[in-house]
Design a protein around this ligand. Structure first.
Ligand code: C2O
Ligand code: CU
Ligand code: CU
Length: 507
């Protein structure tokens, strides 16, 4: 289940990296990403204008400022807060330089030499939006131009996130800093009286490789002219853009909105004092009821909504660990404080979607293609490449079951644009027999989703050697969207496919 840090191909000419052991930990307070301010001059409509630009900021008190490319002036960018049912408009302006500072691989689909180096397009992950505002990977635009997106927000309260999605350089743009949060709120959730205001804290985890001079490092392969690597894993874990921050809290309940915004790294989080988290929500909002957990496994693209209760820990310092490595420190104040917030035993009703509601089941493989030529391995969805004809074409408002047959040795977080779904189960299978004899042999029983996966999701861990089944109602808008692996190195190299939602009657 756990995915180890692989290094299929050694990187060439690694520079000197920042030595984390020599850094004093917990000298920087955990920042909160700024709140995006709507533009005043636009009448009734809520309208935001966000530049995509170069800036620098310090990830640690003792490290020189790092150059980022991102939204506004911070990494993560400004948080957009929206209300369910109230539309907003966002103008994303590309003000970036003309030359990229991370290594482009021109062999990748969509990043050929004839394409401009610096291109961007913004996708709001988890949002139900019309195709024209979804950030289709080929809808990129160049410095000096802008796009206006419409967000209807017709969906439940949830933590979404926006990030770059430009074809073939997505991994580089996101690594450079192009990501931020988008929170949808609704009155039902507010009625639950979960911790709010200063007691609700976003936690955006992103790992990076940093040079000794504080600059971002993105390694390249040893193949000349083909720098792509199958995986980016950095030792430096930034939380809201800071390395080894501390977070001052009071002895009471807090709500943490956690996002794994890394390119490819999974996190395995726990508190050093053994204290438990309470899951209250998943990618697409509230769970049916809180789920207690001492360890959190979160894949790239996934979100967790957590309540942590420090009431009995006044005066303590509590480490947040990723596996055995400390990444943040909570400092709990000594003074007792009143806490009027609650952690209700029931959160909301999430009806399980019955399997018989599905009009169609699609069996889709996740597989690795080995070239015997020494080329790096490429992962494909259902054996197809980006430019193969569209094969997933659900009819609007119908329900389907997708069987994600992971024939590889890695866990791949699979994400579908436009929709929310439920996880049905995971069942181990014999991948060798499937690959070489084309026979499906299960080697065990179907395992139900974990309790914290029993709500609505938009990204699911397809675990290795197993069939992960999801059930999806394709509601929203007809048109072209994408589904892909959220390991951005995979996504940039063919592990992404277009899919069409067909208007009824046009099928
Ligand atoms: Cu985070 Cu295509 O998405
Ligand atoms: Cu998405
Ligand atoms: Cu993948």
């Amino acid at each position: 289940m756990a995915r180890t840090q692989m290094a299929h191909l050694p990187a060439a000419h690694a520079p000197q990296l920042l030595n984390l052991d020599q850094l004093t930990p917990f000298v920087d307070p955990l920042p909160r990403p700024p709140l995006a301010q709507p533009s005043p001059a636009n009448g009734q409509r809520r309208f935001y204008r966000l530049p995509i630009q170069e800036f620098s900021c310090q990830v640690h008190r003792d490290v020189p400022a790092t150059r980022f490319w991102g939204y506004g002036n911070s990494m993560p960018g400004p948080t957009i807060e929206a209300r369910s049912g109230e539309e907003i408009f966002v103008e994303w302006r590309n003000n970036l330089p003309l030359k990229h500072f991370l290594p482009i691989d021109h062999n990748l689909m969509g990043a050929e030499k004839d394409k401009p180096e610096v291109r961007t397009v913004v996708h709001l992950h988890g949002a139900k939006v019309p195709p024209a505002s979804d950030g289709y990977p080929e809808d990129w635009y160049v410095p000096g131009t802008a796009k206006l997106y419409h967000h209807p927000n017709r969906q439940d309260a949830a933590l979404l996130w926006y990030h770059d999605h430009a074809m073939g350089i997505n991994r580089l743009n996101v690594c450079a800093g192009m990501l931020g949060l988008y929170i949808i709120r609704d009155s039902y959730e507010e009625g639950l009286n979960l911790p709010k205001g200063e007691f609700e804290i976003p936690l955006v985890l992103t790992d990076r490789m940093l040079r000794a001079d504080g600059q971002l490092y993105y390694p390249v392969s040893q193949r000349p002219g083909a720098p792509w690597l199958p995986e980016y894993v950095g030792e430096a874990v930034l939380i809201n853009g800071k390395l080894l921050p501390y977070c001052e809290v009071q002895p009471r309940k807090y709500r943490f909105r956690l996002l794994n915004g890394s390119n490819g790294r999974f996190f395995f989080l726990s508190l050093a004092n053994g204290q438990a988290f309470h899951h209250v929500g998943s990618d697409q909002g509230l769970l049916p009821c809180p789920v207690e957990a001492q360890r959190l496994t979160i894949a790239p693209g996934e979100r967790m909504d957590l309540v942590l209760d420090f009431t009995d820990h006044a005066g303590e310092q509590i480490l947040l660990n990723d596996q055995a490595v400390k990444i943040m420190q909570f400092r709990v104040a000594k003074e007792k404080v009143p806490d009027a917030s609650s952690l209700p035993a029931k959160l909301r009703v999430v009806e399980r979607m019955p399997e018989h509601a599905a009009v169609r089941t699609r069996r889709l493989t996740l597989e690795e293609v080995d070239y015997l030529t020494g080329e790096p391995d490429v992962h494909l969805l259902d054996g197809k490449r980006w430019h193969d004809p569209v094969s997933e074409n659900p009819v609007l408002d119908t329900t389907e079951i997708w069987e994600l047959m992971n024939l590889t040795d890695d866990s791949h977080p699979i994400h579908l644009h436009l929709v929310r779904f439920q996880v049905l189960d995971r069942r181990p299978l014999n991948t060798g027999v499937y690959l070489y004899q084309n026979k499906l042999v299960y080697t065990g029983d179907a395992v139900p989703p974990e309790p914290h996966e029993m709500g609505w999701k938009d990204t699911v861990r397809a675990t290795p050697g197993a069939c992960t089944r999801i059930i999806v109602n394709f509601s929203g808008y007809p048109g072209r969207y994408v589904w892909h692996c959220h390991i951005l190195e995979h996504e940039d190299n063919e592990m992404m496919r277009p899919y069409d939602v067909i208007a009824p009657g046009k099928a």
